[in-house]
Design a binder for this molecule. Sequence first.
Ligand SMILES: NC(=O)c1ccc[n+]([C@@H]2O[C@H](COP(=O)([O-])OP(=O)(O)OC[C@H]3O[C@@H](n4cnc5c(N)ncnc54)[C@H](OP(=O)(O)O)[C@@H]3O)[C@@H](O)[C@H]2O)c1
Length: 326
Amino acid sequence: MQISQELSLPTMGCGTWAWGNRLLWGYDESMDDQLQAVFNLCVNNSVTLFDTGDSYGTGRLNGQSERLLGRFAKEYLGPGKEDICIATKLAAYPWRLTRQSMVSACKSSANRLGRNVDLVQMHWSTANYAPWQEGRLLDGLADLYEQGLVRGVGLSNYGPKRLKRVHQKFVERGVPIATLQVQYSLLSTYPVTQLELKGVCDELGIKLIAYSPLALGLLTGKYSDKGPFPKGIRGLLFRQLLPGIRPLLASLREIAQLRNKTMSQIALNWCICKGTIPIPGAKSVEQARDNIGALGWQLDSGEMAQLDQAAASVDKVMVQNIFQTK
Ligand SMILES: NC(=O)c1ccc[n+]([C@@H]2O[C@H](COP(=O)([O-])OP(=O)(O)OC[C@H]3O[C@@H](n4cnc5c(N)ncnc54)[C@H](OP(=O)(O)O)[C@@H]3O)[C@@H](O)[C@H]2O)c1
């Protein structure tokens, strides 16, 4: 299934692009107006795929990301409203044990959104720690499609072996897998260079979505190894990675200057030119506007080769998601 047709995802320039809404890294409710302005700017610029998850927002903020996206979509009045596509991810929580639990979880997401989920994704595979749990959850995911409760089904953090197995299982039920979402950026090339997921996805007709395409902000060039660093775990990670990625950042900066683009735009355009759909998280209108500038043009083969080489030469890269399977 071509999700750009079936799910009305926008295809712009050399790829499709979207906005991730994870509500992490310093979110509080005073940001809601700003996030709504980000949403409006995106849709106005034909960026209409929004990714969220039922685990985004914990405690008091439980379900907040889905609630906000639903409200923003409802209140949006400009052009492109009918193209808005909301993708959520259902967590494989240990207490979700039956196929019905996935159907109920998706109905809860739809309640928070105030509309049906367009693309429902399995947030992660339980294969690495509770393989017996997964079959029923996947059955539930396919049930959602069969019951017409969603327009498309996707997976997240699956490697090629697991993906092929699930694909076969779903083919037998006539349920197409529209998308696979993995951590992919110039600092996380593993899913494509080592797992060879792009080739497998192309073979199976699945679109590859690149999450954390800016390596949580590292590839924007605004952080230096002298600091200041963001708070918490992200700061610790940045402290570790920044000294070793100087040559990669230098390549990004050089190409950005020659092209009169920003480093974020180069990093996102690289994902697009690799045939993936990057879903950068933007916290402000300025960041969103910057990221939208990654659309409508293409890095040339020389620039891509320079970036590939710089990415291959860094000694420390982003840690892979612990749930990523082979
Ligand atoms: N499937 C999964 O398991 C999974 C896991 C992670 C993420 N995701 C999805 O992927 C989405 C995006 O990933 P992410 O937020 O982890 O990482 P990301 O997109 O690589 O980085 C986002 C962060 O970079 C900074 N930023 C973004 N655009 C910028 C710009 N133009 N200039 C300067 N700074 C900029 C912002 O943080 P600061 O301003 O604080 O620097 C922003 O929060 C999430 O929202 C989520 O939907 C999925």
